[in-house]
Design a protein around this ligand. Structure first.
Ligand SMILES: [Zn+2]
Length: 136
């Protein structure tokens, strides 16, 4: 996997109001090195490959903190896994149904012709789109 300088991660966390502890920086570094979509378990496995002694709870808590502060984006893809995305700009996804792998889909490639009006007193806060793909 690609590497990112810890100073850049530090700065990014501070900019989002997160105290950059050494462990948080190491966890965030896995995702922030490149545009990536990873599950919490994949991030944990990568950290352990790097020789980090980190608990599953710490990884999950840190990822939730990072997502809550907008450093990364948590994706509601399916019920059994939490996916995290280092690309926080608005975009949609293709998902390979066999591997679960996600690929970014630029928003300008999708056109919503007709959406239902939101209920009275409500407005759209966002739209998630996952187009599931299988091999032919
Ligand atoms: Zn994405």
């Amino acid at each position: 996997m690609n590497a990112i300088h810890p100073d850049m991660v530090n700065e990014r966390l501070r900019g989002c109001g997160i105290l950059p502890t050494a462990q948080r920086v190491r966890i965030a570094s896995v995702l922030l090195a490149a545009p990536l979509h990873l599950t919490a378990d994949q991030i944990l496995a990568e950290l352990r490959n790097r020789g980090e002694k980190v608990s599953k709870a710490t990884v999950y808590n840190t990822l939730n903190l990072l997502a809550g502060k907008g450093v990364i984006r948590q994706l509601a893809v399916d019920g059994d896994r939490a996916w995290f995305d280092s690309n926080t700009t608005p975009h949609f996804h293709f998902q390979d149904v066999d591997t679960g792998a996600l690929t970014d889909l630029p928003p300008e490639t999708v056109r919503f012709e007709q959406l239902p009006p939101p209920p009275a007193g409500m407005e759209y806060a966002g739209i998630e789109l996952f187009i599931r793909l299988r091999r032919v």
